[in-house]
Write a protein that binds this ligand. Structure first.
Ligand SMILES: *[C@@H]1O[C@H](CO)[C@@H](O)[C@H](O)[C@H]1NC(C)=O
Ligand SMILES: *[C@@H]1O[C@H](CO)[C@@H](O)[C@H](O)[C@H]1NC(C)=O
Ligand SMILES: *[C@@H]1O[C@H](CO)[C@@H](O)[C@H](O)[C@H]1NC(C)=O
Ligand SMILES: *[C@@H]1O[C@H](CO)[C@@H](O)[C@H](O)[C@H]1NC(C)=O
Ligand SMILES: *[C@@H]1O[C@H](CO)[C@@H](O)[C@H](O)[C@H]1NC(C)=O
Ligand SMILES: *[C@@H]1O[C@H](CO)[C@@H](O)[C@H](O)[C@H]1NC(C)=O
Ligand SMILES: *[C@@H]1O[C@H](CO)[C@@H](O)[C@H](O)[C@H]1NC(C)=O
Ligand SMILES: *[C@@H]1O[C@H](CO)[C@@H](O)[C@H](O)[C@H]1NC(C)=O
Ligand SMILES: *[C@@H]1O[C@H](CO)[C@@H](O)[C@H](O)[C@H]1NC(C)=O
Ligand SMILES: *[C@@H]1O[C@H](CO)[C@@H](O)[C@H](O)[C@H]1NC(C)=O
Ligand SMILES: *[C@@H]1O[C@H](CO)[C@@H](O)[C@H](O)[C@H]1NC(C)=O
Ligand SMILES: *[C@@H]1O[C@H](CO)[C@@H](O)[C@H](O)[C@H]1NC(C)=O
Length: 806
């Protein structure tokens, strides 16, 4: 009696050893012509997954991918699929998701060079259709691509060219190809007439419906790179960056229309479109004919015209009380809704007025709503006629750069139904009133109960989401607002304040000191959509001379960024003489030299060493921070991206930066990374001279450092402007004036003549010398020093002071 368990465990142990040996030996990634595999247990033993799914592996790549017959649950139907060869089976591709095969189906790699899937009854379910292409062998690559090759090892067919709902690193989505999600997470059949993601010559689009398809995520050309830096749009194809740094393993279009990035096996790492769209813009967040407002509140438009499909589940959508009938169009009218951001990508009519738009909808039987989009002129706008009406995202007034009036077509209540209502109501008035009273009381309780339930559920959901984000190493951590409030002792220790934000000191629970930047004002309103994506992309930037973004918080309208704390504060506190005792804190020459090199390295990294160039746009001493060892780090890089993501699709429609540090081309031409080189030149000059660019405590003719610099250059008296308050600087005055050549080079009015930051580094390290033949007519300084944002299309206010004091 006692021995039985021992024997069992012995046998079980033996079985484990045996099966692991078998598994280790079994990594065959190639197959030759005339191979067949039968989908039965004696032909191919299954490997089971803890979640109940099974796979009979045909080809596999060690620790990575497997392809074979896959099933789940009762295992009456099978897919020929490529999956992750891990405990959890994630289907990355399948040949026959719409036509599953049964036990004993056959995969035949025929002598003619075709891979054919036949069901047990002999019917051909799927084929690569490659008989005419002289195929020689088949390989499952270590990227998860099933490929057929010819004798010369050139590719004839590959699964990467036939995507289902996933993209793998290295796989490209070409124009005309689609990702189509499966019906649900357990039914892999492709959705019919619902979501798809497609690349067109205009960009990347997510569609819903089929009659005709409506766009719910439009991204035009350049914008694709801006979804976030993980996707690349190149030569007419889309791929996501193949980088282990992100540990991003695959991207999948989900059954609910979300595009998510995963780390193996199945933890969500990014929700790509949501940052730009918001939940309400997904077409079925609230079901059909329904309005979705900020907190995913679903309501029906027009209480008399639409009812909830299910009162307890408002996200199931709404239905019209009286269905539209095409033969009674004269009995139709419109409900008008404002502040609904619902548009398709292609307008049905352009440059029309609103009445024409509505009439066109009335005349068109299939039209369910007329959406009119206009600027300031209501007589000229775009008209969209929708044949299907999905969830309508409601937005706050004024958020959109244009106006939208949504007109929903409804059928007038017919006279027959009117009759019924009026007679019954007069007869049973008392009963009705009583019924309504009790009914509404019950309803009230139900509604209150539901709201409480929903709120609690919502809370758990968002907590779960935060945990997900927490788990990814190297990525910014999402903090709750409360956490940061506690860490900063209710935002009590202010470190500084700028045009767009205040910075507070804080300490995390683990003792780590942080600087919390609280973004302020409307500037970020339209950024709301893309905040997460941008934060993630900024957070992925690591360099010793850049202040690391550690985390963020986005809660309601609060936007906070969490940075590493830099104990010596910003550079401006260390280079300007401010009178009194401060003198002894001024930095010496070696230290300043190191700081200059650090800044240059940080900028060079942003400009030149990343796949996507980042222009800082606001280089000034306040944005250079010093750690306890006076290592300098550039801060606030990428913030321009946060501010810049505006409604219009132009990248640079607004000027930004700080007067005094801004390059002259801001007023005219293209903005390149050379604007940072210019600002760097000014900062460099300030470091060398130990004074502010604009200093009204000086005699009037010396207010502007740039003017003084130019004058001294002309008169050959550069020694005069070397920081007078630092003895050490005076001792090295000759070296300092030597470095002023770098300043002149960086300040060239013609931005093409300024050096790149990597060239600056070479000069600082003495590898090359400053170009001769420079233009010493530096651009005139401007009067005020304020951070500003100015619409470039209107004439800059400082035009008149362009030839200001010298
Ligand atoms: C395929 O054929 C080649 C040579 O014809 C042989 O070396 C290889 O072992 C074969 N592969 C398999 C899996 O049978
Ligand atoms: C499984 O398939 C193999 C090869 O076709 C065949 O020989 C065997 O009889 C099948 N086994 C069962 C149980 O059907
Ligand atoms: C298999 O089915 C179970 C139960 O329905 C489910 O939890 C699991 O996720 C499924 N596995 C896969 C790989 O889809
Ligand atoms: C595989 O296909 C070849 C050519 O079509 C055929 O001759 C062979 O019988 C097939 N094998 C099986 C097991 O069906
Ligand atoms: C296979 O190719 C032929 C001719 O190239 C084409 O007519 C047929 O539709 C293709 N079949 C499939 C399943 O792609
Ligand atoms: C097949 O793929 C494996 C990796 O999956 C690779 O190591 C091997 O070189 C490939 N074989 C051929 C012939 O391309
Ligand atoms: C999967 O979904 C399709 C389409 O909705 C349906 O026809 C099919 O019966 C479903 N399969 C299962 C196993 O539920
Ligand atoms: C761009 O795509 C075309 C057609 O697919 C191809 O011929 C060309 O080589 C590609 N160019 C680059 C730079 O990849
Ligand atoms: C409109 O057509 C429907 C069916 O096509 C019919 O049931 C209905 O009576 C018609 N209504 C009128 C007003 O003609
Ligand atoms: C339909 O209803 C609207 C609003 O109730 C009304 O203004 C309109 O006159 C009605 N049309 C007809 C033909 O009854
Ligand atoms: C509005 O647009 C129409 C048509 O383009 C034009 O005739 C009209 O002058 C515009 N009105 C205003 C106020 O701009
Ligand atoms: C509705 O009531 C009107 C007058 O009250 C009457 O003429 C008409 O026949 C009624 N219609 C029906 C379907 O009962």
């Amino acid at each position: 009696m006692m021995r039985t368990p021992c024997i069992c465990s012995f046998l079980f142990g033996f079985f484990l050893i045996f099966s692991s040996i078998a598994a280790q030996l079994d990594y065959v990634s190639n197959a030759n012509l005339s191979s067949t595999w039968t989908n039965n247990e004696s032909s191919i033993p299954s490997s089971n997954s803890p979640d109940g799914s099974r796979i009979r592996i045909i080809l596999s790549v060690k620790y990575r991918f497997a392809c074979g017959f896959f099933c789940n649950g009762t295992c009456t139907s099978f897919l020929f699929a490529i999956l992750f060869n891990t405990n959890d089976h994630v289907i990355l591709w399948s040949a026959n998701r719409d036509n599953p095969v049964r036990e004993s189906a056959i995969l035949n790699f025929t002598a003619a060079g075709e891979l054919v899937l036949q069901d047990v009854d002999g019917s051909t379910v799927w084929t690569t259709n490659t008989t005419e292409k002289s195929v020689a062998f088949m390989n499952l690559t270590d990227k998860g691509n099933l490929m057929l090759f010819d004798n010369t090892k050139s590719m004839v067919w590959q699964s990467f060219d036939h995507p289902t709902d996933c993209l793998l690193p290295g796989q490209k989505l070409f124009q005309g190809q689609k990702l189509i999600p499966s019906v649900s997470s357990t039914n892999w059949t492709a959705q019919k007439d619902s979501y798809s993601l497609q690349l067109t010559h205009e960009g990347l689009f997510a569609y819903v419906g089929s009659n005709p398809p409506q766009v719910y995520f439009p991204s035009f050309g350049i914008d694709i790179d801006m979804i976030n830096s993980y996707f690349k749009f190149f030569n007419g194809s889309l791929s996501f960056v193949d980088s282990m740094q992100y540990s991003l393993q695959y991207v999948k279009l989900m059954p609910d229309g979300h595009l998510k990035g995963f780390t193996v096996p199945d933890s969500v790492w990014a929700d790509f479109l949501t940052g730009d769209l918001g939940e309400c813009s997904y077409p079925l967040t609230c079901g059909r004919n329904s309005i979705c407002s900020a907190e995913r509140q679903c309501t029906c438009p027009g209480i008399d015209s639409f009812r909830a499909v299910n009162d307890r589940k408002p996200n199931m959508g709404c239905f019209p009380v009286t269905p539209l009938t095409c033969n009674a169009t004269h009995d139709q009218h419109f409900i008008e809704l404002t502040n609904i951001a619902y548009i398709n990508n292609i307008a049905d009519m352009e440059d029309v007025d609103i009445e024409i738009c509505k009439q066109a909808c009335l005349k068109k039987c299939s039209c369910k709503a007329a959406v009119f989009e206009y600027g300031s002129n209501t007589t000229s706008g775009r008209c969209y006629l929708l044949s299907e009406l999905f969830t309508m995202p409601s937005v706050e007034a004024g958020v959109l750069p244009y106006n939208i009036l949504t007109h929903i077509k409804v059928q007038n209540v017919t006279s027959s139904s009117m009759n019924v209502t009026s007679s019954s109501s007069s007869r049973n008035l008392v009963a009705t009133v009583l019924g309504y009273t009790i009914g509404s009381f019950v309803l009230l309780i139900v509604v209150v109960g539901f709201i409480m339930f929903a709120v609690r559920k919502e809370k758990t959901n968002s907590e779960m989401e935060e945990e997900h984000l927490d788990q990814v190493p190297g990525m910014p951590i999402r903090f709750s607002y409360e956490q940061l409030k506690t860490a900063t002792q209710n935002f009590s220790k202010k470190l500084g304040e700028g045009g767009f934000a205040s910075v507070f000191k804080g300490t995390l629970e683990d003792g780590l000191q942080i600087a919390v930047k609280h973004l302020q004002g409307d500037v970020y309103v339209h950024v709301k959509k893309s905040f997460m994506a941008e934060v993630e992309s900024i957070g992925s930037i690591h360099h010793v001379n850049l202040v690391q973004l550690k985390g963020f918080s986005a809660w309601k309208s609060e936007r906070l960024l969490v940075y590493e704390f830099m104990s010596n504060g910003s550079l401006d506190q260390w280079i300007y003489y401010s009178g009194g005792d401060h003198q002894k804190h001024l930095l010496g020459w070696e230290c300043r030299k190191k700081i200059i090199l650090d800044i240059a390295k940080g900028l060079a990294y942003l400009h030149e060493e990343r796949s996507q160039k980042i222009i800082h746009l606001d280089i000034k001493p306040q944005n250079i921070l010093l750690d306890s060892n006076f290592n300098a780090k550039v801060s606030d890089f990428g913030l321009s991206k946060l501010i810049d993501r505006n409604q219009s699709r132009q990248v640079m429609t607004t000027m930004r930066g700080t007067f005094g540090y801004m390059a002259p081309e801001w007023l005219s031409s293209v903005i390149t990374e050379k604007v940072d080189v210019y600002s760097f030149g000014i900062v460099l000059l300030e470091i060398l001279c130990g004074r502010k660019n604009l200093d009204r405590s000086q005699p009037e003719e010396s207010w502007h450092l740039l003017g003084v610099f130019q004058r001294c250059w002309e008169q050959g008296t550069l020694l005069d402007i070397v920081d007078r308050y630092s003895e050490d600087m005076q001792l090295h005055a000759t070296e300092v004036t030597e470095m002023m050549k770098v300043v002149s080079w960086c300040l060239q009015t013609d931005f093409t003549r300024r050096p790149s930051m990597s060239t600056v580094i070479k000069v600082l390290e003495g590898v090359i010398s400053v170009e001769s033949n420079l233009d010493y007519n530096f651009s005139c300084p401007r009067l005020q020093e304020t951070t500003f944002e100015h619409d470039k299309s209107s004439k800059p206010a400082c035009d008149s002071i362009l030839s200001g004091p010298r």
